[in-house]
Design a protein around this ligand. Sequence first.
Ligand code: DGL
Length: 265
Amino acid sequence: MEEKRKPIGVFDSGVGGISTLAALMRELPGERFLYLGDMAHAPYGTKTTEEVQQLVRQVVARLEEREIKALVIACNTATGAAAAMLRAEKPYPVIGIEPALKPAEEHWQGGQIRVMATPLTLRQEKFLSLMERFGAHAVPQPCPGLMELVEREDEKGAAEYLENLFRGWDLARVDAVVLGCTHYVFLRPLIRRMLPDRIRITDGNAGTARQLRRVLRERGMLSDGQEGSVEMDTTGDPERDLPVMRRLLERARAIPAGEDEAAGG
Ligand code: DGL
């Protein structure tokens, strides 16, 4: 198959990366996307780096069966654990996502920047170096258990989780909140309603989509097809997972693009 018409592989531990997928489709409507959710092994964020690397190898091998021209890691946790490893091994471009600290920091007004992410993301080398560059006022906030509520489409459970979380913050001193896990982007409208308007909310999806476009253009790999397409798959039970995935893609396409300007990681 002609290189330009090959699909772009996109994966996450579950449904979170569908929020990234929607941003990719918005930015590059002429591309063919293959999305794989590793639902059989989610969550990644409470595992070790080595465990996540092992799972990522399996997921990527499955996407490679379809001759992908590029790979998007639509998961902050997997990017931290495995982006460098994949870049060293793969002949095609590998684009990752990382917590959008820079645009949040630009909104700093003397208070704190709260970075919501999985425990593993916040422990990783990659995040610590991001903190050194853009995290002068950042306060890491691990959110174990929150992605599971998004996987289950449990809005009520998520609202309770977030109420508890925000109760522990001094909201008057918070200037920005970083959604450092792609699952949390589905909660953006809920979080927006729960937080004062002056608090900025950032995520890395739009920045990652722009980064993918940049890399494909530089390498002369942008599709010249008129019509893009999307296929979704799961390592779990397709009968259970695919209807949820389709619903969430519709929802993600309706969520306005983030207020962020972050680059992919
Ligand atoms: N969606 C993933 C992320 O962006 C992680 C969720 C998980 O598997 O714990 O970090």
